[in-house]
Design a binder for this molecule. Structure first.
Ligand code: BJW
Length: 249
């Protein structure tokens, strides 16, 4: 990593009153959560690309298979803990240094909240929750009978699905609107561990840049956002975020 770029990114953070953070799968990579893309690879499960299994179409065609995929993911998550990257964000948010410190994540793993972050905007939902296809009732998957797939809604008896946003589905309007507002108001936008390929989350750093914010990308690789970034910090989020956000005692 270029120390000059880290120093100038730190200075931008020091000056900021309002910070907006967009995270993606890369921030959880050091916790052991597989990323979807990166390093020239694309996630495959049982021979299927994730775009096929994590799609609205698959919920209609084969809901039990979608549950098998998410049960596999939830099992992986049960072994994963927040890493120093999640912790640095939660600490910065709780430090009182900033008027606003909004964290929006594309991740469905719940690790920001587990690290102590507040009011996390979960743009793509949460894999540990289920949602009724009919009445919309939500419940933690752990509170449902383990073998029942698809689970049955305890309120209306209809089938339930994972409470996540799959390809071809709309994001919750309130969540994306809150994230857009925070992006438009910030002075520094941190973009951490995302390939910046998936719409509409990938628009948020551009909203921030258009409003005059400094955009700081934290990723070992270049992404389509890199040319629009003010600072591109190359490396692992678990190392860079503490270096960027932790104040000297
Ligand atoms: C590190 C690191 C370390 C590694 N430290 N960094 C054509 C047809 C149909 C749809 C579309 C279309 N064209 C566009 C669309 C819209 C579509 C889209 O954007 N597709 C593109 C991919 C082409 N978007 C949608 O469908 C969205 N809805 C929508 O647009 O509604 C309107 C609409 C409806 C119908 C038709 C068209 C429009 C919904 C998107 C929902 C995405 N859902 C998923 C799955 C969630 C459930 C699950 O978990 O299975 O969300 S897809 C997957 O990608 C997941 C992620 O949140 C998302 C983003 O990935 P992310 O976070 O960026 O991770 P990676 O893996 O891509 O990147 C990791 C990065 O980390 C890499 O860069 C590494 O280098 C880095 N890294 N180690 C820091 N230690």
């Amino acid at each position: 990593m270029d120390q000059n770029d880290l120093t100038s990114a730190r200075a931008a953070v020091e000056r900021a009153c309002r910070v907006f953070v967009l995270t993606g799968a890369g921030i959880s990579a050091e916790s052991g959560v597989p990323t979807f893309r990166g390093g020239g690879r694309s996630l495959v499960w049982r021979g299927m690309p994730f775009e096929q299994i994590s799609s609205a179409r698959m919920v209609n065609d084969d809901l039990p298979l979608v549950w098998e995929w998410f049960d596999h993911r939830i099992e992986t998550l049960s072994h994963c803990k927040p890493n120093p990257g999640h912790a640095a964000l939660a600490e910065a948010q709780g430090s009182g240094r900033f008027d606003e410190f909004t964290i929006a994540t594309q991740n469905v793993d719940g690790l920001h909240a587990e690290a102590g972050a507040r009011d996390v905007i979960e743009l793509h939902g949460n894999a540990r929750r289920a949602r009724c296809l009919d009445c919309g009732f939500r419940i933690l998957t752990a509170d449902l009978p383990a073998g029942e797939r698809p689970p049955v809604c305890p309120v209306c008896g209809s089938a339930m699905r994972p409470d996540v946003v799959l390809f071809g589905e709309m994001l919750d309007a309130g969540s994306i609107a809150s994230a857009r507002d925070a992006a438009a108001m910030c002075e520094v936008c941190l973009v951490v561990g995302t390939s910046a390929l998936v719409y509409p989350a990938n628009e948020l750093p551009h909203v921030a840049a258009a409003a005059g914010a400094a955009v700081v990308e934290i990723n070992p690789e270049d992404t389509p956002l890199t040319p629009f970034s003010t600072h591109a910090l190359r490396g692992a989020a678990g190392e860079i975020l503490p270096a960027l956000l932790t104040r000297a005692a």
